[in-house]
Design a protein around this ligand. Structure first.
Ligand SMILES: Cc1cc2nc3c(=O)[nH]c(=O)nc-3n(C[C@H](O)[C@H](O)[C@H](O)COP(=O)(O)OP(=O)(O)OC[C@H]3O[C@@H](n4cnc5c(N)ncnc54)[C@H](O)[C@@H]3O)c2cc1C
Length: 363
C-alpha cells in the first residue's frame, strides 16, 4: 500500500497554496512524500469570483507570487458602486479608502499561475476522489474513488464547501443558505465604453453583483435564498429577465453596456459555514473547507491562500512533534469567523428597505 507523509485533498486555491507553502518550507528537506488527491489538476468548469482585495498583496509577496501577479496588469477597481441601504447608487472611489479596492482578475489565469508555482514542489498526483477515511495508529488510511487505498500521516482537507474529510471529524456550523446564479455576458459591441468596478445592488429577495472582467465580459450574479431560486426556474430565460427587471441599476448596466442576453446561469452554493474545529490529530482543513464566507466580502480566495499557506506550515510542525501551531491555526480560524460574522450581520442589517422580505428578515 502506498504511504505518504502528507496527503492534500482538493485541487484549487487552498490546495495550491498548501503545496507552495510545503515547497518553501521543505526546500532543504525534500524527503517527505506528498500526495495530491484530486479529480484533475484543474477542473475545466469556469470558476466564479474574480474580485481580489488589496490585502492579498503581502500574502502573494510572501508566497513569491507577486511579480507574476503584477505582470498580469489586472485592472484595479477605481470605484465601487453600491445601492444598499437607500435607493441611490452610491460610488465610493478608491482614493476614499485606505488601500483601494484591489483587482478584478481572470480567475482561471490566476489559478493557473498558482499551480505553476505549486508544481515546483515535488508531489504525486492521484486523479481520484477521496471517499472514506479510517484512523490508524500512525495516521490515516484513505479509500479513493479509483479503488486504491493509501496511508498517510497527515491530511490537509482542501475540498471547499464539501469539507469531504473534515466533516467526518468535526461538526460544521451553518450560516445563511444562500445560492448564487452566475453568468458571464459577452459584449455585443466592442466600441461601447463600459465602466469598470464592482456594483452591488440590494433587491427585495437578495442582491446582485456585477463586475467587468479583463476580457470585456460582464460577470453577473444574483444572490438569493435556495427556495427563491428553486421557484424561479433557472433554465428559463424569461424568468431570469424578470429577476433582472426587479433590479434597477444592474438592469441598466446590462442594457446600456450592450451585453448579450443571459446564457444559462449556473447555480453555485454560496452558503456560509465553518467547522467547529479546523484541526485535529493528524488533520487540518484549509480554505472553504475550514470556513466558507459570504461572497459579499470577496475574501474567500484570500482566506483560501492564507489558510493553505499557514495550515501547511502547521502540518510540518505537527509532523515534527510540535502541535502548538495547529492549535494557533484553529484559534485564528475561530477568531476570524466570529469577527467576520459580526461584521457581516451589521452590513446586512443596514439594509432595511424590505421589511416583509423573507430573504432580509433572516438577518
Ligand atoms: C458565487 C461566488 C462568488 C465568489 N466571489 C468571490 C470573489 O469575488 N472573491 C473572492 O475572494 N472569493 C469569492 N468567492 C469565494 C471563493 O471562490 C472561494 O472562497 C474559493 O474558491 C475557495 O477555494 P478552495 O480551494 O478552498 O475551495 P474550492 O474552490 O471549492 O475547491 C475545492 C476543490 O476540491 C475538490 N473536491 C471536493 N471534494 C473532493 C473529494 N472528495 N476528493 C477530491 N477532491 C475534492 C472540488 O472538486 C474542488 O475543485 C465566491 C464564491 C462564490 C460561490
Amino acid at each position: 500500500m502506498n504511504h505518504f507523509n502528507i496527503t492534500i485533498i482538493g485541487n484549487r486555491i487552498a490546495a495550491a497554496a498548501a503545496l507552495i507553502s510545503l515547497g518553501q518550507r521543505l526546500a532543504g528537506n525534500p524527503s517527505l512524500k506528498i500526495a495530491l488527491v484530486a479529480p484533475s489538476p484543474l477542473q475545466k468548469q469556469h470558476p466564479v469570483g474574480e474580485s481580489l482585495p488589496p490585502t492579498i498583496k503581502p500574502l502573494l509577496q510572501k508566497m513569491d507570487l507577486w511579480d507574476d501577479f503584477s505582470a498580469q496588469n489586472y485592472p484595479t477597481s477605481e470605484a465601487r458602486f453600491t445601492c444598499w441601504d437607500n435607493e441611490q447608487l452610491q460610488p465610493t472611489f478608491a482614493h476614499q479608502t485606505p488601500y483601494g479596492f484591489g483587482w478584478c482578475i481572470d480567475r482561471l489565469a490566476f489559478e493557473n499561475s498558482l499551480w505553476k508555482k505549486a508544481k515546483q514542489t515535488s508531489f504525486t498526483t492521484i486523479n481520484a476522489i477521496f471517499k472514506h477515511s479510517e484512523k490508524t495508529a500512525e495516521g490515516w488510511r484513505l479509500k479513493l474513488s479509483d479503488g486504491q487505498t493509501i496511508e498517510t500521516d497527515f491530511v490537509l482537507d482542501c475540498t471547499g464547501r464539501a469539507a469531504s474529510f473534515a466533516k467526518t471529524q468535526s461538526e460544521r456550523q451553518k450560516g445563511s443558505q444562500m445560492v448564487a446564479a452566475c453568468d458571464f455576458l459577452p459584449p455585443l459591441n466592442q466600441q461601447v465604453h463600459r465602466s469598470a468596478g464592482v456594483m452591488i445592488e440590494a433587491v427585495e429577495q437578495g442582491w446582485w453583483y456585477s463586475s467587468l472582467l479583463p476580457n470585456g465580459e460582464l460577470a453577473i450574479a444574483y444572490f438569493t435564498d435556495r427556495e427563491h431560486i428553486a421557484k424561479s426556474v433557472c433554465h428559463d430565460k424569461n424568468q431570469w429577465q424578470q429577476n433582472l427587471n426587479n433590479s434597477q441599476y444592474t438592469k441598466l448596466r446590462v442594457e446600456t453596456g450592450e451585453f448579450a442576453d443571459f446564457n444559462q446561469p449556473r447555480i453555485h452554493d454560496a452558503s456560509m459555514s465553518c467547522l467547529n474545529e479546523t484541526t485535529g490529530d493528524g488533520w487540518l482543513a484549509c480554505g472553504d473547507a475550514a470556513m466558507a464566507l459570504d461572497p459579499l466580502s470577496a475574501h474567500g480566495m484570500t482566506t483560501a491562500l492564507w489558510s493553505g499557506y499557514k495550515g501547511a506550515n502547521a502540518c510540518i510542525d505537527s509532523l515534527n512533534g510540535d502541535n502548538q501551531p495547529l492549535q494557533q491555526y484553529n484559534d485564528s480560524c475561530k477568531q476570524n469567523w466570529q469577527t467576520y460574522c459580526e461584521q457581516r450581520q451589521a452590513m446586512y442589517r443596514r439594509q432595511t428597505r424590505y421589511p416583509d422580505s423573507v430573504f432580509w428578515r433572516q438577518f
